[in-house]
Design a protein around this ligand. Structure first.
Ligand code: ARG
Ligand code: ZN
Ligand code: CA
Length: 238
């Protein structure tokens, strides 16, 4: 029985202008969103009553503690998605800490993450500053910290809810319905693809921050399995 899992977090702020040098309050706002979303303590749960998903939101039992914030000025204005920012500013003890780089990726990309089991030199999550947290230099409709929740979901082994493929492509989670692709914006309920209602409100879809607000039991179990003895993220909790 793992109980509540606590993950210590290092945040690396890499900035080329003063906007990107986000405030400590903005950092705290993202940590707060993670703590709400992974504990089902978010106040925007809005599952249609009487719907198939009514009782499907779950408390993943994972919490996050800010362990340090690091700031680096750098004239690079777009870091891309090829881990360049991690080569410039390597992760600190990634075996025991989740490392998050807040750096402009460019191209309108919100964030990217590394799944468990990868190279420790590139382990962690990268998020562009305007999609990180809920206050300060943030940009609607991605100003509710859900890019952080989504990327940490990947870091904890969750796939996109549509499995990155057509209807029968698996996300390796039994209680998430299949779909044929991502949903965007704020879809009306029900949105039906692959003959079943899409769980567009799942953090691992591509909907707007305000329209995603849940993990399922299956996602919870998939994440928490990483922390069992010998699991790929067990070293995070010693
Ligand atoms: N596109 C990014 C990814 O696949 C993040 C999507 C996050 N969505 C959001 N509403 N914040 O990792
Ligand atoms: Zn994703
Ligand atoms: Ca599934």
């Amino acid at each position: 029985n793992l109980g509540i899992i606590n993950i210590p977090v290092y945040v690396h702020i890499v900035y080329s202008n003063s906007n990107q040098n986000i405030s400590n309050a903005q950092v705290t706002s993202q940590i707060n969103v993670l703590n709400q979303d992974f504990r089902k303590a978010n106040s925007d749960l809005n599952l249609p009553s009487g719907s198939t998903f009514e009782n499907d939101a779950t408390d993943a039992g994972i919490e996050f503690t800010l362990a340090g914030t690091f700031r680096y000025a750098n004239s690079n204005t777009a870091w891309g998605t090829n881990n360049a920012v991690k080569s410039a500013y390597p992760p600190i003890t990634p075996n025991t800490h989740l490392n998050i780089w807040v750096a402009e990726i460019g191209g309108g990309i919100l964030g990217y993450a590394q799944f468990p089991g990868g190279n420790s030199a590139t382990d962690g999550v990268v998020i562009s500053p305007q999609y990180f947290g809920t206050t300060g230099y943030v940009s609607a409709p991605f100003n509710k910290g859900r890019t952080g929740t989504h990327e940490v979901g990947h870091y904890l082994n969750l796939r996109h809810i549509w499995g990155d493929g057509r209807c029968r492509q698996d996300d390796f989670v039994v209680d998430t319905p299949s779909s044929d692709g991502p949903n965007y914006g704020c879809p009306t309920f029900p949105t039906v693809n692959c003959k079943t209602t899409d769980m567009t409100m799942n953090y691992m879809d591509y909907t707007d921050d305000a329209c995603m607000y849940m993990f399922t039991d299956g996602q919870r179990n998939r994440m928490r399995a990483l922390f069992n003895n010998g699991g790929a993220r067990a070293s995070l909790i010693g």
